[in-house]
Design a protein around this ligand. Structure first.
Ligand SMILES: [Zn+2]
Length: 334
């Protein structure tokens, strides 16, 4: 008993973080991205940091410390250098230590307004940056992270049981994207049977490279809808998402950003999809193009900051929870 008390004084952050389950939080950053992953052994891995300024950094810090019990973030993985994905990094790094920084390499938009968040990121991450390549594996203790895209390139061969893709027939292709979106570094996380897929704002052209003529990703369990819910159809190639067959989709949209009716139509009708969860109600859409109210963390247009969480057990069962109303639903990995 005394030993346990002493241990809890010496290693409070480690003890608090070790739940034996994999936890994923989608922090509400109002149409940006900030996805915090804490592994069963307490390793922490944050994908993106939301927008510049104090609000989003404070929200990530709050979830990291009060929900996850963290004292530091082991790694920040930045998908790309648009402000809604990397903007919070400087403020967050002042609130909590960040040990390591993964990214896609240098920005392709170094000038003008697109360059500001990149320059700010470079200075906080200096000396601790580690650019990633497709095919690279980031191995944590019980969790594997496969890099599927980075710097405009994607996996050269299938992983995770990927193969011929029947959804490529007649699939629409789009022009090569030259912005930071198309540079997005993306990940497939594997924890036993559970697979989580997050490719930031990767664009339609690169989604097609991942999907056709062979599906290089295989099937996934939980999809973070790309580009805040296929924003303006710049992402959302059906050939990829039909082949991924997610059980659950989480959309980190904003009241008026992402998840237009066409995106909701695609997501809600993917083969085998059992649940769609949204960070926000898409206020310009009707009820038929939003998920059930209890699975929307932030209804209406007000800035409320409620998060969505997934807790994944070792056997592959996982539970989604809405922090606004504590509504939860449990699903099985296939
Ligand atoms: Zn974005």
């Amino acid at each position: 008993m005394l030993k346990a008390i002493l241990l809890s004084i010496v290693f409070p952050s480690v003890l608090a973080a070790q739940t034996g389950k994999l936890d994923i939080w989608w922090v509400d950053v109002e149409g940006g991205a900030a996805t915090l992953i804490v592994t069963p052994t307490g390793e922490s891995f944050l994908i993106d940091t939301g927008n510049p300024g104090e609000r989003d950094a404070a929200r990530i810090f709050d979830v990291a410390t009060r929900q996850a019990g963290l004292r530091k973030i082991d790694a920040l993985f930045t998908t790309h250098y648009h402000g809604d994905h990397v903007g919070g990094a400087p403020a967050l790094s002042k609130l909590i230590p960040i040990t390591k920084y993964y990214d896609h390499g240098d920005s392709v938009e170094p000038e003008g307004s697109g360059g500001k968040p990149w320059i700010a990121y470079k200075s906080v991450a200096a000396g601790n940056r580690s650019p990633v390549k497709p095919g690279q594996v980031i191995q944590l203790r019980e969790v594997k992270l496969d890099v599927v895209s980075s710097a405009g390139k994607v996996l050269s061969k299938p992983i995770n049981g990927g193969g011929p893709n029947p959804f490529c027939d007649g699939a629409i292709q789009k022009d090569i994207d030259k912005s930071e979106n198309g540079q997005s570094a993306g990940l497939l996380l594997t924890y036993g049977k559970f697979k989580f897929f997050d490719i930031g704002d990767l664009t339609w052209d690169r989604e097609m490279m991942l999907a056709c003529p062979v599906n290089k990703v295989g099937a996934v369990t939980l999809l973070q809808a790309t580009h805040h819910g296929f924003f303006n159809d710049a992402s959302g190639a059906p050939a990829l998402y039909n082949a991924l067959k997610p059980v659950v989709v989480v959309v980190n949209n904003a009241p008026k950003k992402g998840l237009q009716p066409s995106a909701y139509e695609l997501i809600s009708k993917l083969p085998g999809v059992e649940g769609v969860w949204q960070l926000h109600e898409a206020v310009d859409s009707d009820k038929a193009h939003n998920t059930a109210e209890q699975k929307i963390a932030n209804p209406g247009s007000e800035d409320q900051g409620h998060w969505v969480k997934a807790t994944v057990a070792k056997d592959g069962s996982f539970t989604l929870t809405n922090s606004r109303n504590q509504f939860s639903e449990t699903y099985q990995s296939r």
